[in-house]
Design a protein around this ligand. Structure first.
Ligand SMILES: Cc1ncc(C[n+]2csc(CCOP(=O)(O)OP(=O)(O)O)c2C)c(N)n1
Ligand SMILES: [Mg+2]
Length: 562
């Protein structure tokens, strides 16, 4: 039976198992929108296309499935760009479908024409321009296969309006071939070497990244850590890959990592990096990073090998398979001296913990996050924005399970949290979701509150309101002589903003009221925005100055423990 290109788009989405798409209509995508009414896929009307890309990304991160965003040509497509770049840097499987001007107008500066495949070339895993109806089905299917295979990433498919309107026979059979990372025989040598290096090490560490979560290796990694008695540190995106309250869990590494984690990395004689890419926020100066350690890198993307840190052994393969093989082959042993050494470093750091300081009468973000963790029993899905609040969340919310934290790491995209949480809401219908967002980032995409209202969604939004673009202010305080250029920020009344959208708003400025406010928000059926008025000039510690030695952290000024 013949179908139009627009119908074929929905046929393929249906076949791919897509149950929700996030988008915004316009001239060049109207045929696809018209055909949508005849298909059973739920469409979420966003308020800005950036939101559509973040929602698709949040859906993907929360579910492990491919998220889909839809937009028109020109400004619709370019509004997706920040969201696509965010998904690219964090390896999130997203397919963006954009309408394009009719093929006979391509290159003529037609109304709302932008060369979006040109624009997104460096920020997509792959992209396509489709001008022929016959190519729509095979191209879209390939887009899904590319987005989810190997190291996942965003794929954009730009379809001209005439291709959407034309008709052809639809054939949807057969597998779509994509190259898959396999574990060739030759890797046996690498695995044996890795096992020997692990066994010889006295002070080894496992460094877990998002790849552990995405490849489904978390259980095997945990078993490996337990069998070989190896402490585990996580990257920001690796939080949740290993249970935070496990005795071998050390916490987050890097620029705002825990002091004992960074010291342990500098003391280690072996690091086994699993599904992480030695981001500069992790390594600081790569020359001084883990200088005493031999290094093993297990990674699916060959392009990451040796990019910043040269390792002694590289294993380019599917992490789930490698972790299972390492777990099987590892010798059972204990490493109590090493664990005790790290334990002592941890104890020495505890008097700098913000929660243990004498009550100065002010509400701190750490109080809010700690209460949130306790109130939700560590089981919520937390979606964070970018800034100080993001780092406090990473430090104080203890993530026990994979996919319990969604955050923009690589690109550090302010405005990510609210739309990403909306996407996550569709992926995780049963789970409690908390958005942790700064007063600055919230204002970038707060228009999506209207989407929450229209869709009748339940989200809890904790605005950590410090009256500043806090993370930039912190750098100004530390490195620019406290000259606060363009960081004090006036915000609207967030409670009234919520109310204007038909949603509930709550305010909390006292430490004693945090728990009751959280419970109040949880008890309401719709989306609630909580304006937590926190101390203005508080800093995230420890801090490794950009490009510095991770062992040389700026520490919180020591205060007497109450
Ligand atoms: C889109 C975007 N613009 C600028 C920045 C630079 N930046 C990083 S953190 C930050 C401040 C964030 O302020 P806020 O949202 O209030 O969070 P806080 O740090 O105060 O917790 C800024 C401006 C960014 N990361 N993303
Ligand atoms: Mg702020």
């Amino acid at each position: 039976m013949k179908r139009t290109g627009a119908q074929i788009v929905w046929e393929v989405l249906t076949q791919e198992g897509v149950d929700v798409v996030f988008g915004y209509p316009g001239g060049a995508i109207m045929p696809v929108y018209d055909a949508m009414l005849d298909y059973g896929i739920h469409h979420v009307l966003v308020r800005h296309e950036q939101g559509a890309a973040h929602m698709a990304d949040g859906y993907a991160r929360a579910s492990g499935k491919v998220g889909v965003a839809l937009a028109t040509s020109g400004p619709g497509a370019t509004n997706l760009v920040t969201g696509i770049a965010t998904a690219m840097l964090d390896s999130s499987p997203v397919v963006c479908i954009t309408g394009q001007v009719p093929s006979k107008l391509l290159g003529s500066d037609a109304f709302q024409e932008t060369d979006i495949t040109g624009v997104t070339l460096p920020i997509t895993k792959h992209n396509f321009l489709v001008t022929n109806v016959e190519e729509i089905a095979p191209t879209l299917r390939q887009a899904f296969a590319i987005a989810r295979s190997g190291r996942p990433g965003p794929v954009l498919v730009d379809i001209t309006k005439d291709a959407q309107q034309a008709s052809c026979e639809l054939v949807l059979d057969g597998e779509v071939a994509v190259s898959r990372a396999s574990l060739p025989e030759s890797l046996t040598f690498e695995l044996e070497r890795a096992l020997a290096m692990i066994d010889e090490a006295e002070q080894p560490l496992l460094l877990v990244g998002q790849g552990v979560i995405q490849s489904g290796a978390a259980a095997a990694v945990r078993a490996l850590a337990e069998k070989a008695d190896i402490p585990v540190a996580a990257t920001l995106l690796g939080l949740g890959a290993f249970p935070a309250t496990h005795p071998l869990a050390l916490g987050m590494m890097g620029m705002h990592g825990e002091a004992w984690v960074n010291h342990a990395i500098q003391e280690a004689d072996l690091i086994v990096a699993l599904g992480m890419r030695f981001d500069d926020r992790v390594t600081g100066d790569p020359k001084t990073f883990a200088a005493k350690a031999k290094k093993i890198h297990v990674e699916i993307d060959r392009a990451e090998i040796g990019k910043t840190v040269k390792c002694d052994l590289n294993v380019v393969a599917d992490l789930r398979t490698v972790a299972a093989r390492l777990m099987e082959g590892a010798k059972s042993r204990t490493r109590s001296p090493w664990r005790e050494k790290i334990g002592a470093m941890r104890a020495a750091a505890s008097d700098r913990d913000i929660l243990k300081r004498e009550d100065d009468g002010r509400l701190h973000a750490a109080h809010v996050i700690d209460e949130l963790w306790r109130a939700t029993d560590g089981r919520a899905l937390v979606v964070t924005d970018v800034g100080q609040h993001q780092m406090w969340e990473a430090q104080y919310y203890k993530h026990e399970r994979p996919r319990s934290l969604v955050t923009s790491g690589g690109l550090g995209t302010m405005g990510f949290a609210l739309p990403a949480a909306i996407g996550a809401r569709f992926a995780r219908k049963e789970d409690e979701i908390w958005v942790v967002v700064g007063d600055g980032g919230f204002q970038m995409t707060a228009c999506e509150l209207s989407t929450c209202a229209q869709e009748g969604l339940k989200l809890n939004v904790a605005v950590i309101n410090n009256g500043f673009l806090g993370m930039v202010r912190q750098w100004q305080e530390m490195f620019y002589d406290r000259r606060y250029a363009a960081t004090p920020m006036l915000s609207p009344d967030f409670c009234k903003l919520a109310e204007a959208h038909g949603l509930a708003g709550l305010r909390c400025s006292e430490r004693a009221d945090v728990r009751a406010t959280i419970e109040n928000a949880r008890a309401q059926s719709g989306t609630v925005v909580v304006d937590f008025r926190v101390a203005a000039e508080e800093n995230v510690y420890p801090m490794v100055p950009s490009g510095g030695d991770i062992g040389a952290m700026i520490r919180r000024p020591n205060q007497r423990v109450a």
